[in-house]
Design a protein around this ligand. Sequence first.
Ligand code: APR
Length: 171
Amino acid sequence: MAEFAVIRGDITESKVDAIVNAANTTLLGGGGVDGAIHRAAGPELFAACVPLNGCLTGEAKITPGFKLPSKWVIHTPGPVWHGGQQGEPELLANCYRNSLRLAMDHGCKTVDFPSLSTGVYGYPLADAAAVATQTIATVLAKSNDLQRVRLVAFDDATAAAYRVAWAQVVD
Ligand code: APR
């Protein structure tokens, strides 16, 4: 099974085959990690996103990384948290599943994720970490195409939450 790791860092610095962007459904950029990725990739990223005509929540679309050290950027809009009774867990799982499937379709071996939906979109951190790690573990157990998947945490609390969640998945 491919390796999973949680690291602290800035995903725009990840030197991997693909980084995942916590996008919105317009795919036309925003704040948070979306803003950071667009700033680091340069204006060509925006130009590459325009013809994609947006992306549904839970779906994923891919563009080159342009000025980023990562070859590809996989854009996936996570669910906005509305209390957990509007399909948020399944939509968040779809983000991870569809992003990994798209990465494998493009021959990626190394993929870095940010903590999808736990910023502006308000998804409770522990719940999101549980969904993310369970989904990643399920995909990794079934496929040999990937070498390493990482969760790049921008702060210590996020790193701790994903480490705890992963430990519960693999135990
Ligand atoms: N590297 C890694 N993680 C980062 C970075 C970075 N450079 N910058 C922010 N983060 C983290 C945040 O700290 C948070 O843990 O990414 C996680 C996701 O937060 P958001 O970027 O707010 O994403 P999300 O909650 O999915 O909301 C998406 O925000 O920026 C807009 O256009 C975006 O509308 C969309 C919404």
